[in-house]
Design a protein around this ligand. Structure first.
Ligand code: HEM
Ligand code: HEM
Length: 124
């Protein structure tokens, strides 16, 4: 698995979805989805593209288990967090039901970033 390529492609898929959300919000005047749009673009496109570029540029950074754990923790955490946020904001799932799941997903993303930092300290 090529971590850099996977992060870059996933990031740009998020960008397309983020732009579609933005276009819908701008067109409809409905800005309730702003947090979802913002984090699709920021946790999705911006961070994933930055990770993808760094894994390509820094020699050895993409080797071993840490980059793979980072990739999957970020993918699963971000996807489920944004999906959950969308379900909550649109009222499809009650805040009391989905609320307790958010810290778990945030923890997964955070753990991925800690592994990223450990890897950077070792190899950057
Ligand atoms: C064609 C593409 C885009 C469109 C049409 C669009 C549209 C919008 C709209 C309508 C809002 C809500 C503004 C409001 O009601 O206050 C918004 C907010 C936001 N957008 Fe976009 N957007 C686009 C691309 C992006 C991209 C690429 C990023 C980041 C990389 C981004 C980051 C944000 C952020 C952070 C906010 C929240 C700003 C705040 O808190 O006031 N957007 N966007
Ligand atoms: C798991 C990670 C993250 C969590 C849990 C989180 C959570 C939040 C929350 C609760 C808000 C306030 C939303 C509101 O009041 O409506 C917010 C706003 C914001 N966050 Fe994050 N955030 C995360 C990651 C990031 C990252 C990585 C960036 C930038 C690269 C970022 C940029 C922003 C911006 C620009 C806003 C204001 C946009 C808005 O009004 O929705 N966040 N975030």
């Amino acid at each position: 698995m090529n971590i850099s390529r996977s992060f870059l492609i996933a990031g740009s898929v998020y960008l397309i979805v983020g732009i579609l959300f933005g276009a819908y919000m701008g067109g409809s005047g409905d800005s309730t989805l702003t947090p979802v749009h913002a984090h699709i673009n920021l946790l999705g496109f911006t961070l994933m593209t930055l990770f993808g570029l760094a894994y390509r540029l820094i020699p050895g950074l993409d080797e071993g288990l840490l980059p793979r754990l980072h990739f999957w923790l970020h993918q699963v955490g971000v996807l489920l967090l944004l999906l959950g946020l969308w379900l909550m904001i649109t009222g499809k799932v009650a805040e009391t039901t989905i609320g307790p799941v958010f810290p778990v997903l945030e923890g997964a993303i955070l753990l991925g970033v800690v592994l990223w930092l450990v890897n950077l300290v070792r190899r950057a």
